[in-house]
Design a protein around this ligand. Sequence first.
Ligand code: HGY
Ligand code: MN
Ligand code: MN
Ligand code: MN
Length: 401
Amino acid sequence: MATASELLSAIDDLGADRTRGGFSRHVLDRAEQELREWFTEQARLRGLQVTTDANANLWAWWGEPGPDAVVTGSHLDSVPGGGAFDGPLGVVSALAALDLLRARGFTPRRPLAVVVFAEEEGGRFGVPCLGSRLLTGTIDPDRARALRDPDGVSFAEAMRSAGMEPERAGRDDAALERIGRFVELHVEQGRGLIDLQRPVGVASSILSHGRWRFRITGQGNHAGATPMGDRRDPMLPSSRLVLAARDAARDVDGARATVGRLVPNPGGTNVVASSVDMWLDARSPADAATRGLVAELSGLAEKYAAEEGCRVEISEESYADTAHFDAGLREELATLLGDAPVLPTGAGHDAGILAAHTPAAMLFVRNPTGVSHAPQEHAEPEDCEAGVTALARTLEHLAGG
Ligand code: HGY
Ligand code: MN
Ligand code: MN
Ligand code: MN
């Protein structure tokens, strides 16, 4: 038997990011592959049958894969310099919950599986929840295979180097039909449970959210030899757009707009950039509001670019509608878990992708800092154990009856 904290500390040095702090673990890179090996070994030690599906997702089965399965799990990849809990807490809590259930002599009456989804953060190939989107047919597999990382390696090449067959990627009806319920445990990414003074909560919904790339092209030139009046500097419309995103989001209820990644090309200190790639992450409680926010910012991008003699190309890289978790399952679990609070989240999850295809739920574990996607993300050991106990209770309830 192992606690979630013990399992987390066992992987503490895999993908630790010495320069940015936190962790950088991206799908099929060395760190994430070591995490996959670690998970596979831990699952096999628990007598689970481990397979990798056609979409680079890992499945560990307690018993034979079969219909009406109860599936739990999360992801092992991170954002660059991410925290220790976002993703891995859901995976290690699933292993620890199975330990608890076994120790109680529990035998599932339904197939039970732990899944590790690929590329949930989109940190390497730019599309979040890539593994669960492929599984559910929410992304065109040809587009997925052609996605390239910053080094120009395609997802298909990365899969092939890992011994997988990218040509098989795509909607997996057999796997989807097997899933009767999906429950993802996740560290809370916000302050809801702190303010409610509860260790565990149940998710109600996920904001609609997407990623758009704005490529602003001007004229590269010499920083010293080019008079200010002779420039077409794409950094200027880009900078105005960053501020406009903040101002526009402020005017939309519950909206968020973030530019966390902005890459000048070629990026020389003494060079007026020839182009800038910047990514907008926009979210809100309503699809129409998110779309409206992006339309407004797209219009401003065109205006700012024209004023600087630049041009802009805008491409949508990913989008997910507002996800509402199955109300019956949500209330059933909230009651089962001692009237656990039910709260929304601004963070996207594989459970949100699955929710459109199968009854899905999420359990949140209190994060005393409320911070996520940064090294300060945290969950106290006793709250991690409360999460494991809640997940074990949930799995026993769903797979035992
Ligand atoms: O970006 C998100 O909301 C999630 O953490 N992938
Ligand atoms: Mn995340
Ligand atoms: Mn996550
Ligand atoms: Mn997630």
